[in-house]
Design a protein around this ligand. Sequence first.
Ligand SMILES: C[S@@+](CC[C@H](N)C(=O)[O-])C[C@H]1O[C@@H](n2cnc3c(N)ncnc32)[C@H](O)[C@@H]1O
Length: 322
Amino acid sequence: MEFPIGLRNAIEEKVIGLKQENLKKTAQTISERYKNQSGDGKKLVATETEALVYSLVRMPATFGAVADAIQYAVSRSQLQIDSLLDAGAGSGAASWAADYCLELQSITCLEREMEMQKIGQELMKEGSDILKNTRWITTDLVRDPLDYKADLIISSYVMNEMKEEDRMKVVKKLWEAAQKMLLIIEPGTPVGYKQLMNTRDLLISYGAHIAAPCTHKAACRLAKEDWCHFTTRIQRSKMHKLLKDGEVPYEDEKYIYMAFTREACTPASARILRHPVIEKGQVTLEICTEREIKKVTIKKNDKEHFKAARKSKCGDEIDLAR
Ligand SMILES: C[S@@+](CC[C@H](N)C(=O)[O-])C[C@H]1O[C@@H](n2cnc3c(N)ncnc32)[C@H](O)[C@@H]1O
């Protein structure tokens, strides 16, 4: 996934003249906070420098995860999506990803922290006309009523910051505001998976359908200690490598997502749950289907499926349920 070059340049221009050591320290502080204080409803990014460093260090990864999730979700639902509500928009990564993937007519960003809004608004000046015209509204998703509606609501890396009881209240509000789809993206961790499974149960009880990644609405068939997640690979800039002490020129972001729709949609017949194992003359995939989770080995002589399997990656759907 290619992070928009205009956005990358706009972020990096903002750090010109700032001390690298300070930026690095701030990146470490934010990372520690996310590790230790997520899920308490606390402010995790609040100052101007923290918002800037968040944009530098995290926006490429969250952009990539959201763009992947939108593509998977939209390919299954065939919805015409004109309006976006980005709930807990931060510096706007999900809006950039939606603008990249969809033909949007309008974007509204809801965010609690002023410094995040400020940098988000400045960065969007470098984007499309739709991004430039984005409406930003100061909102606390937990405390404030949600008086806005949109075809697509995205909550990207937000729910994991909330307490469980608040999360469920916010999910309900966001679902009521979603005219066509609610897309939730979270870190691809066991905790992220568990939280999203609770959300899944709640929204199914409200009559929601699932466009992706699930292939059915029944209880998840993964073993209790197992969890499902996907990965997106993002090219790293020189500055990103320096701040994160990265050695390779890319980062692999693990994420989990779920796309809930109002209208019934046709889920994938099979979705790949792990990295495909490619060996001489065969590819082995672990797939989730409506009936089961199973491993399938596709041999070279099954030309059509072999070609698709060789090109596939974890998270992709594949027409293999047999
Ligand atoms: C990790 S950032 C994610 C930002 C952006 N969605 C992204 O994917 O890069 C989480 C954002 O959610 C916001 N947030 C957390 N709780 C919130 C709440 N109750 N109301 C509004 N925004 C909230 C935070 O201020 C922060 O900007």
